[in-house]
Design a binder for this molecule. Structure first.
Ligand code: FEO
Length: 168
């Protein structure tokens, strides 16, 4: 495997692992603040990111590359409220999308069509996750500081997320 591509894939393993730990931290914050629906949502997002990471680890190994299991920075664990929580979610997804686009670009530069093909799955996944994060943040911006709105958001988040998935 081309060393630039191998190094980028190892970076991506770290970004997916960091997203998984960040969402676990957000799930725990929501849990501790009585937001059980939001907690469930982020526990599940954390699991998904872990799968994204493992998929890359397996792929690099299959291609005979050298996987470096990364050391991670401590995730953010305090939030002013739901808006900051979902801003963090959207920013994290936008960052991951940028990195994936960069890998795709480098694959074309190095004519690595195998990795390019493999990464298409991540492109689709990012489109869905970014759209979901945007939808949820838009809803929170409409709700503003209304406490009963936050209560309903927490109650309905998992069905909003599910309907977003089926509409794509
Ligand atoms: Fe796997 Fe949402 O980044």
């Amino acid at each position: 495997m081309n060393t630039t591509i191998e190094s980028l894939l190892n970076d991506q393993i770290k970004y997916e692992a960091s997203a998984s730990m960040q969402y676990l931290s957000m799930a725990s914050w929501a849990d501790a603040n009585g937001l059980n629906g939001v907690a469930d949502f982020f526990y599940s997002q954390s699991e998904e990111e872990r799968l994204h990471m493992t998929k890359l680890v397996k792929f690099v190994n299959e291609r005979g590359g050298n996987v470096l299991i990364p050391q991670l920075d401590k995730p953010k664990d305090s939030f002013k409220g739901l808006n900051e929580l979902f801003e963090t979610f959207l920013n994290s997804e936008m960052f991951v999308t940028e990195q994936i686009n960069h890998i795709i670009y480098q694959c074309l530069q190095h004519k690595d069509y195998n990795v390019h093909n493999f990464m298409q799955w991540y492109v689709t996944e990012q489109l869905e996750e970014e759209a979901m994060a945007r939808t949820l943040l838009d809803k929170l911006n409409i709700i503003g500081d209304d406490k009963s709105g936050h209560y309903m958001f927490d109650r309905d988040i998992n069905s909003i997320a599910a309907s977003q998935e089926t509409s794509e």
